[in-house]
Design a protein. Structure first.
Length: 149
């Protein structure tokens, strides 16, 4: 029996992409004792309800994996990134996570994350060309303080 296969392009938010993600999740759940994952999403909104920042990720295997943290330029350096990070970390601790990990670039927020206890666990020089990608982690031991002070 011969099957013809083809490779096509698509979008990351397509049903096909969901099938790939869910296939990998099912494999992971079957081959580890960790059979559940929770998404993490907290948003910063202005008075009009417009999103001006947010943090995204997921919890799996006792870890919080932060995939995105962004605050609009107009709201940076005012403590909102700290609030978003604390919200995600506290949520993860409440759900039994004991570690957090993320990736950032040399042109992004490494010093920001280091101020809140993250350490470099690995790096890739030249990704992208001329820059460095940092993989950072942190032990989550007690709730983070999210005050603006």
């Amino acid at each position: 029996m011969s099957t013809q296969l083809s490779i096509t392009t698509g979008d990351d938010d397509s049903p096909e992409a969901d099938l790939v993600r869910n296939g990998l999740y099912a494999f992971n759940f079957t081959n580890t004792p960790y059979s559940h994952s929770d998404s993490v999403a907290f948003f910063l909104k202005d008075d009009d309800g417009q999103v001006v920042g947010g943090i995204l990720g997921y919890e799996w295997g006792g870890w919080l994996h932060i995939t995105h943290l962004w605050v609009s330029e107009a709201y940076r350096k005012q403590g909102f990134g700290k609030l978003l990070l604390a919200a995600a970390e506290n949520h993860a601790i409440h759900n039994g996570c004991h570690q957090s990990l993320l990736e950032t670039f040399s042109f992004q927020a490494r010093p920001f994350y280091e101020r809140f206890g993250y350490i470099v666990a690995g790096q890739i020089d030249g990704y992208p060309d001329g820059y460095t990608s940092y993989f950072m982690k942190k032990s989550l031991t007690s709730p983070s303080q999210g005050s603006m002070a």
